[in-house]
Write a protein that binds this ligand. Structure first.
Ligand code: 6PG
Length: 265
């Protein structure tokens, strides 16, 4: 492991020397959370995002994780999804299926992807309904303080503009407080139609990990984590602050290069 530190209430920072080191640390982290959750609750409810995240999780498909993780207890969700067909190149489901889920022994009925044959609005409603059923049966736990679902782990990427899931800067979806899942039809990152977990759901999770690599994200990482002045833009990633859960940032050296608190400096 490279450098690690706790940065006030902005979570734990894990800064890695190489992508390979980050991949191993991420696989260890997910495997450990899975084990702890299965021990405590009998299941592991994990929400994925799209982008480079899935590739960075690739070590989970390799030894020892492919054999040691109790895949049969995993329930898979998406923190955000593009409203396209499941076999479309833009689908986050397809990305995860091709890159991870098809390579390990996940139970097909535990994979909770969106309804891809309806509008973005209906897909968001359907997804929230599906999650509500699983909260009733406690496949997904419930937050004691917000009544929101409490996922065991939500994995997020970070855009160069500071977006997480499909919560983009200055977008009204950031203000959603009632819905668990909302929709947008004007995503600045294509494709335009998406569904996304809302901030109350992200911030109710037991664990949230933000996985960020590359220099193009360095400014957003700085704006999300460092003590910035009141005139600095409030980017969505800065609003990720789990109320009771634990936040961990997985960064490579380039993504961490603009952090005031960069332990490398
Ligand atoms: C999406 C993603 C999105 C992604 C970030 C980072 O569906 O577009 O969920 O939030 O995680 O844009 O993507 P990269 O890691 O590929 O830059």
């Amino acid at each position: 492991m490279a450098l690690s530190g706790v940065h006030k209430n902005k979570g734990e920072l894990r800064i890695h020397e190489s992508l390979d080191e980050l991949r191993t640390d991420l696989a260890d982290y997910v495997a450990e959370l899975s084990e702890a959750s299965v021990k405590e609750r009998g299941v592991f409810a994990i929400a994925l995002s799209g982008g480079s995240l899935i590739g960075l999780m690739g070590k989970l498909c390799e030894a020892p994780y492919n054999k040691t993780v109790d895949w049969s207890k995993w329930y898979i969700f998406w923190a955000d999804e593009r409203v396209v067909a499941k076999n479309h190149a833009d689908s986050n489901y397809k990305l995860a299926k091709d890159g991870l889920l098809s390579k390990v022994s996940i139970v097909p009925s535990h994979v909770h992807s969106i309804n891809d044959s309806v509008s973005a609005e209906e897909a968001a409603d359907d997804y929230e309904f599906a999650i509500r059923q699983l909260v009733k049966t406690r496949v997904v736990s419930v937050s004691e303080i917000s009544d929101c679902p409490k996922f065991d782990l939500i994995l997020l990427g970070l855009g160069p503009d500071g977006h997480v899931a499909s919560l983009f800067p200055n977008h009204p979806a950031l203000n959603e407080r009632e819905e668990w899942v909302t929709f947008i039809t004007d995503s600045p990152k294509p494709p335009p139609e998406r569904i996304t977990f809302t901030l109350p759901v992200i911030n109710s999770a037991s664990n949230v990990a933000v996985v960020v690599t590359g220099e193009s994200k360095a400014e957003s990482v700085h704006l999300a984590i460092d003590d910035i002045g009141p005139d600095s833009p409030l980017i969505p990633a800065r609003m990720v602050q789990p109320a009771m859960g634990k936040l961990v940032w997985f960064l490579d050296k380039l993504a961490a290069s603009k952090l005031d608190s960069n332990l490398n400096k």
